[in-house]
Design a protein around this ligand. Sequence first.
Ligand code: IPM
Ligand code: MN
Length: 369
Amino acid sequence: MTFKITVLPGDGVGPEVCREAVRILRALGHFDKREFHFDEHPVGGAAIRSHGTPLPESTLQACLASDAVFLGAVGTPEFDHLPPDRRPEAGLLRLRTALGGFANLRPAISFPAIADCSPLRSSRVAGADVLIVRELLGGLYFAEPRGFGDTKDFAYNTMRYSTREIERVARIAFEQARHRRKKVTSVDKANVLETSQLWRSTVTELAKAYPDVTLDHMYVDACAMHLITNPTRFDVILTENLFGDILSDEAAAITGSLGMLASATIGGEVDLYEPVHGSAPDIAGKGIANPLGAIASVAMLLRLSAKMPHEAADLEAAIRQVLEAGHRTRDLAQPHQDRSHPIGAHEMGGLVEQAFVGMLDRRFSYHAV
Ligand code: IPM
Ligand code: MN
C-alpha cells in the first residue's frame, strides 16, 4: 500500500523544514506496512524562477494525483514588485482553490516546557489549547468584484459568504469540538457586517445538530483581546478567512513562537499540510529555522489523511519529549536561562526522529508479541 505525498518546499526556510518533515515520515515508513512515496515540485518564488509562474501545471497535476500535499512556505522579497496575481502567494492561493480544502485547522497549544517563551505571563497561557478553524476559500481573499478603479485612486475587495460556505466549515468546527472540550466560539463582526450576520445565524442554526457542543459568539475585536488575556477560555474558534489569518498569527503568542504552529487544510479533494510560519527570508539558508511547526503538521497529516491516530499521538509526544529535555532552536532559546547553545533545524529534526522511533519501537514490538 503506497501513500503518495507531494512535497512543495517553496521559498525561504520552506526547503529546510520540509527536509525534516520528510525524514520523520521516512522513519515511520520503516515500521509501517504503508510505503510513503515522496514527489517534490516547485511552488511560489522557486517556481517563478524555474517555470515563470508560481503554480506550474506540472506541480498542480502532481498535487491533485496525491494522497496529501505537504508545503513548506511561499514568499520571497525578490518578487515583491510583481502584481498580486503573479506573486509567489498567488500560487498558494491558486493551489488552495484547486485542492478544494475549505477548512484550515490551526492549533495553538501552550507546551509547559516552553511556556516561558511566550511574551504572555505563564500563569495566563498555562493549559491553553486552542484550535482555530479558519474558512479558507471565501471572503475578502477570493470574492469578486475586486480590483483597482479605472483612475487608480481607489481599490476594492468584496466580503461575500453563502450559507453553503458557512455551513460546510462550521460543520468541521463542530466535529473537531466533539473530539475536544466540546465548545465552539464563532467569531464575527455581526455588529457591522451583513456577511457576519449571515455567518452568525447560519452557525446558530447548524448548532442544533450538535446538542453536545456548546456554541458562543464573539466579535473579532473582542476575540483578539481575549485570545491573549484569557486563552484558556477557548476550545475551537470558528471564523472567516481574513479574521482567521490574523487571529492565528496572534495565537502564536500563546505557544511562544510562530515556528511551532502547524496547519491542515481539509474538506477538499486533497488535503494540504503546512507550517504556519511562512518563508522567513531573514533566516533562510542558515539552517536555524524551527522545524517543529512542520513536524507537527506531519502529525496532523498522520491523523487526518493517513488515518494513523496512534502514530500521530506518538509524534506529538516525541515533540514534547524533546522540548522537555531542554532542546531549543534559536526562536525558542532564552540566552539568559539556557546553558546550552540553540540547535539547528537538522539537529532538532534528528532529536524528534530519535524520540519518535523510540515510541514506534515500543508500539510495534508490543503489537508483535
Ligand atoms: C497564511 C499566509 C497566507 C494567507 C498568505 C501567504 C497568502 O499568511 O497561510 O496564513 O494569507 O492565507
Ligand atoms: Mn497568515
